[in-house]
Design a protein around this ligand. Structure first.
Ligand code: GAR
Length: 201
């Protein structure tokens, strides 16, 4: 069974969706460790309450590479096969990304390459798009630029606020992320240029 390491910085609802999927048998993997760069992140408290190994590493007062290396050591110590970013609001440095090539996955609340970075839902509203969504992608050294694993759309409704749109996207994220991680951990795939190709079994 594949072992997941989860990195988060906040609420952790995507982490909870992954955990529920593992416990309900929709995702044939186990969460080996949870790491946060925010000491009072609700997601970290939930991980502890769920009995999972959970660690806080402060990124302040260290270089990005030093902090990443600390995170990398705990992931290795818990034998994580795949690292799932779940609202981890820090860029991972090139050294970490290269050491974990094709082993780090992220969920982002837009249809990439539209609206990378922070406040993707606000960016979508401000731009006036009629459709947005969520993207699961492998992480490379860029900002939300790695090969796409899965995407799904949601409509933008007249009268949407950042909150109402974020809520609609989040409900979709909670389905999409466990499904995408299940495919990544159970199927055979390879990368061709920018494309992630699932191979027929
Ligand atoms: C989610 O909407 C996730 O897609 C987004 O942060 C939220 C975290 O919520 N991530 C990013 O914007 C990454 N650039 P959660 O803590 O409840 O999972």
């Amino acid at each position: 069974m594949k072992r997941l390491g989860v990195l988060l910085s906040g609420r952790g609802s995507n982490f909870r969706a992954l955990l529920a999927a593992t416990r309900e048998g929709r995702l044939a993997a186990e969460i080996a460790v949870v790491v946060s760069n925010v000491s009072d992140a609700p997601g970290l408290a939930h991980a502890r309450a769920a009995g999972l190994p959970a660690f806080f590493f402060d990124h302040r007062g260290r270089t990005r590479d030093e902090h990443d290396a600390e995170v990398g050591r705990v992931l290795a110590a818990h034998a994580a096969d795949l690292v799932c970013l779940a609202g981890y609001m820090r860029l991972l440095g090139r050294a970490f990304v290269e050491a974990h090539a094709h082993r780090v996955v992220n969920i982002h609340p837009s249809l990439l390459p539209a609206f990378p970075g922070r406040a993707a839902q606000r960016q979508a509203l401000d731009y006036g798009v009629r459709v947005t969504g969520a993207t699961v992608h492998l992480v490379d050294a860029g900002l939300d630029t790695g090969p796409i694993v899965a995407q799904r759309t949601v409509p933008v409704e007249a009268g949407d606020t950042e909150e109402s749109l974020s809520e609609r996207i989040l409900a979709l994220e909670h389905q999409l992320y466990p499904e995408a991680v299940e495919r990544l951990t159970s199927e055979t795939w390879r990368i061709e240029g920018r494309r992630l190709i699932f191979l027929a079994r």
